[in-house]
Every structure is written in C-alpha cells, then in structure tokens.
Design a protein around this ligand. Structure first.
Ligand SMILES: Cc1ncc(C[n+]2csc(CCOP(=O)(O)OP(=O)(O)O)c2C)c(N)n1
Length: 529
C-alpha cells in the first residue's frame, strides 16, 4: 500500500479516515490540533462528508462524538490533556453507556509543559473510566493502533483512549497505509436503557462495564503491541511504554541484552509483567508522564523486587523523557550539554508587533497604575496571557479556560474594588459564557474585556465559535446595553479606551468591553492567499 511521511498526529488522522471515520470532533490544543486540521484539509474527507468542524469546547466535542457512536458510526474526539478535564463529565459517563459505533478518544499529553499549564497524564483518566488505553511507540504504530482501537471499541462496545505525547505527535516518520474501510451504516442499540443513565439503568451499565474488564485484560494479553522479548543479561529488565520503548531501543541497535516488556495497550498485561519479573530481580520502568506503571507494579509484585524509575529518582520525576535520560538510567555516560550560542538561546515569547492585544494591555497598564492595590487583573488562556510579561506586567492570575471572569467575580465577592477579567473570544465561548452568567446573576462588580481577534490565535488561527456573535451572546446573558462596548484597539483610540476603562471600572455591576481587531497573523495569511 501507500507510503507517506507523516507527523504522529497526521498518521492518526489518516488512519481514522482509512478505518472508516464518519466524524472528528475537537477543540484545538497543542499537541493534538494537527489531527483535526489534517482531516479538514483532506479531499477524501470532503468528498465523503466526514464531519470535521471545530467544536466550541472539549465537552461539546466529546458529546457530539458520543452521539455519532450512539448512531452506529465511527467517531474520533481529539484534545490536549487539559481538555480532558473539560470533557471529563461526558467522557466518564460514555464509559458507562458504552457505544454502538467505534469511538476513539485521542488524549495528547504535553510532558514538560511546552505549551500547557500542567503536565497531567491522561492514562489516569483512561484507568479512572475503566476503558482500554492504547499508547503507540512510533508513527506507524499510531496508525495501526487506530484500526485496532476502532475494532476493539466496536467488538466490546466501549470507548477506547489513544494516548500520545508531544514528541510523537509532532515528529515525522514513514507510515504504510492499509486498505480503506467503508463507513458504518446508521445503527442503534437494541437496549433501550443503554444511553439513559437514570440510576437504575446506570447501575446495570456500570456492572456491565465492570464485567468487560476481563475482556479488556484478555485483549491486552493478546495485543501485538504488548511484546515480551527475553534477554541474556537478567541483572535487570525493562518495562517500556509508548515512545519510551523507542528511547530504550535507540541505545541498542542490535537488540537489548536485557529482557524487555514493551507496553502499548492497557490494562497492563499482568501475566507478561509476571513473566518479566520472574526473569529479573530489578525492574526499570520507562514511561512518559506520571509513574503510573511504576506504582501499579508495587501492587502486582511483592517487596523482593527492586522497582526503579521516576519514583526512586533513577529518572527525573517531572518533564519529558528523552533518549539521554534513558541512557543515564542504563549506566551510559551523560551526554555533555552543547553550549548554545547567544543568538539562538530560548527567548521569552511576546505578542506580535501590531497585535490588538498590545493596545488593550497598554491601556490597562495606565488604569491599573492609577488604582494600584484596589485593582487586580485576571487573565485567561490565549495569546493575551503574554500580558503578564514585560513590558506590560498587567496580569495577576491565569489558571484555566474561563477562570478569568469567575475568579474576578470571586475576588469581587471577597471585597476587591476593581477586578478586571481579560479573556479571548475563543476562550469566552469555550468556558467564559457560563462564568459571565454567574457574574450577571450576582450583579458582581467586575469589568470584563473580551479581547476579540476573531480567531483562536494561540493554536494557529482556527475558526472561533463566537465570531460575529459576541455582542448578542452578552446581551442574551443579561449584560446591560449601556455597559456593553465595542471599540477598535488601535493607537488612535488609546485615550478612548483608557477613558472607557476608567468609567466602566467605576460602575457598580458587570461591564463588558470588546476591543475587536483581527489577528494580524490571520489577516496577513488572508492577504497572501
Ligand atoms: C482546556 C484547554 N483547551 C485548549 C487549550 C489550548 N489553547 C490555549 S489558548 C487557546 C485559545 C485561545 O484563543 P482565544 O481565547 O481566542 O485567544 P487568542 O489566542 O486568539 O488571543 C487554546 C485553544 C487549553 N490551554 N486548555
């Protein structure tokens, strides 16, 4: 079949299309964004009418994917790891309902927090939901696992998690494609209570999920991605999961002299773990993220075994794993750091020259200085988070999507006189609308700035769900027309913006200011095309 050079994300997207996908649902988030973008750009997807429009947030994406799987078709839902928190309600309950058509949930983790606010490990969510998890070690395996994941999902009627990390998502390798499969026809569950999680039904469904655990175990025992390779040197044995298996094997081009258990599918293949343990006294666990396997081993094996990994400090507890860390754990000398010339050293990011967020923060800076200790600025997730950095230094909090408005409200409840929330247009529709409704219902004394660049800028300029609708949304939620303002953030309007901020911050209620000017990146891309 066809050979292509693909990013891990693209391999997943291509595999989903080849495996008969009918819809991808996602909210952008590094390192998962390219999966959906690939499907959006695919002529095959267009011709087949595969759904690929961005969702408003990860929860709506998860629910729509579940709806497609309810209707018997194959769906994929993709998000970054923190998005899993947003989707968690629907995700956990989807494990209880089960599915009719295949449902593959792609969680893209970002160890080392290259572009994230934490480095949580999504495998815990898979385990928490009691569903099978696939973890590829390279791009080809990522491709093949999508087929296996859809097959397992449909055979056992369960959503399946595919967990990847940044390095695999964003590096390329040759991928051999399989023959294309047809999409499923519409088909519904014959069990009328399956998707109605009233307590009486939910108890039955939950027991059914528990009963499936043995089948999940059997699937892991049979999975070709869980492979035990004996080795002559039994002084230690390795359990290497996902991309960490690649890092291990890079050190042994002619084969590892130690026994190795490669992990690609969970629940852990218990018998294979016991076989490895019987062969060696010391076990070294190589895994990307939290020490999930390492912790599980302490329950599976007794204290005769020395278990080494991230918990005992053989490998760093935080951050991304790499071949050098693994080399040091193997006893190879540490690679000496190369001196990086001044010109190419890491530089802090900054807002683009000409970006409208700059004008917003320049005005905010003035007003903040006037109010000093009586004012705090609650930021949110997006390009405008850079308002925290010099030269602006105009942000005091940034926690999760939508938190700017609700934290400002909480601080107002606590007695802060001038709380200001700064949120982007995409983040506002993702999670800020409900926060604003809380503030309106409580008549909180806060000023909300929705800095509208008419795109989801931070993740590369995807369409933003609220473009053209923000004023109507705010009015619908109850913002008073006299305290809802739109202006163009440009130098010539600087004084107008400062005056407006002063006036609205003095207002005893909710005010919304929408500085609106298109992102200069998307604008210049449009001009070039
Ligand atoms: C729960 C969650 N989902 C996705 C992301 C990834 N992400 C970071 S910022 C952002 C969008 C920001 O868009 P917008 O609010 O319009 O601000 P802009 O970057 O355009 O200024 C996204 C999707 C995230 N950090 N958290």
């Amino acid at each position: 079949m066809n050979n292509s050079l693909l990013l891990g994300d693209e391999a997943i997207a291509q595999a989903a299309l080849d495996a008969g996908l009918s819809g991808v649902y996602a909210y952008p988030g590094t390192p998962s964004t390219e999966i959906t973008e690939y499907i959006q750009a695919s002529p095959t997807a267009k011709q087949r009418g595969v759904h690929s429009r961005w969702s408003t947030n990860e929860k709506t994406a998860m629910e729509a994917a579940l709806g497609m799987a309810f209707a018997g078709k194959r769906a994929m839902v993709c998000m970054k790891h923190v998005g899993v928190n947003v989707a968690a309600d629907a995700f956990m309950n989807a494990a209880v309902t089960g599915v009719v058509g295949g449902l593959v949930f792609v969680a893209a983790d970002d160890p080392s927090m290259h572009s994230s606010q934490n480095e949580q490990d999504s495998r815990y969510y898979g385990q928490f939901a009691l569903i099978p998890i696939f973890e590829p070690s390279n791009q080809q395996e990522a491709y093949d696992m999508v087929f296996d994941a859809f097959d397992l999902s449909e055979a056992l009627g369960t959503p399946v998690m595919l967990r990847i990390t940044t390095r695999l998502a964003h590096s390329r390798a040759g991928v051999t494609r399989r023959a294309e499969r047809k999409e499923n026809d519409l088909r519904f569950s014959t069990n009328p209570s399956q998707f109605v999680l009233l307590p009486a039904n939910a108890r039955k469904q939950y027991n059914a999920l528990l009963a499936k655990q043995t089948l999940f175990q059997e699937a892991s025992a049979k999975a070709t991605s869980n492979k035990y390779t004996p080795g002559a040197d039994r002084s230690k044995g390795f359990l290497a999961a996902g991309i960490a298996y690649n890092y291990l094997m890079e050190h042994f081009p002619n084969g590892c002299p130690h026994p190795v258990l490669k992990i690609g599918q969970y629940p852990l293949p218990i018998e294979a773990v016991k076989t490895l343990a019987a062969d060696c006294d010391e076990l070294v666990v190589l895994e990307e993220g939290y020490p999930l396997i390492e912790e599980a081993l302490t329950g599976l094996l007794d204290s005769r075994w020395v278990i080494r990994g991230r918990i005992d400090g053989l490998l760093p507890r935080t951050g991304e794993l790499n071949p050098d860390h693994v080399g040091v754990a193997l006893g190879f000398p540490a690679v000496t750091e190369v001196e990086v010339p001044e010109q190419v050293r890491m530089r802090p990011p900054s807002l683009c020259t000409g970006c409208g967020h700059r004008d917003v923060f320049e005005a905010l800076q003035v007003v903040y200085k006037e109010k000093a200790d009586e004012c705090r600025i609650f930021g949110d997730i997006g390009c405008y988070t850079l308002g925290y950095l010099p030269p602006f230094r105009a942000m005091h909090a940034c926690v999760d999507m939508g938190a700017s408005i609700t934290m400002a409200k909480g601080a107002a409840d606590a007695g802060l006189k001038y709380p200001v929330a700064v949120i982007g247009d995409s983040t506002f529709t993702h999670s800020g609308m409900t926060s604003l409704l809380d503030a309106i219902n409580d008549r909180s004394c806060i000023t909300v700035i929705i800095s509208d660049n008419e795109t989801t800028g931070m993740t590369g300029g995807q369409q933003s769900a609220g473009t053209g609708k923000l004023e109507a949304i705010c009015q619908g939620l109850g913002v008073e027309p006299d305290h809802l303002h739109v202006l163009v953030p440009l130098k010539k309007n600087f004084d107008q913006m400062v005056d407006l901020l002063r006036r609205e911050m003095a207002y005893d209620g909710v005010s919304v200011i929408i500085p609106r000017r298109e992102c200069i990146q998307t604008l210049s891309r449009k001009k070039r095309s």
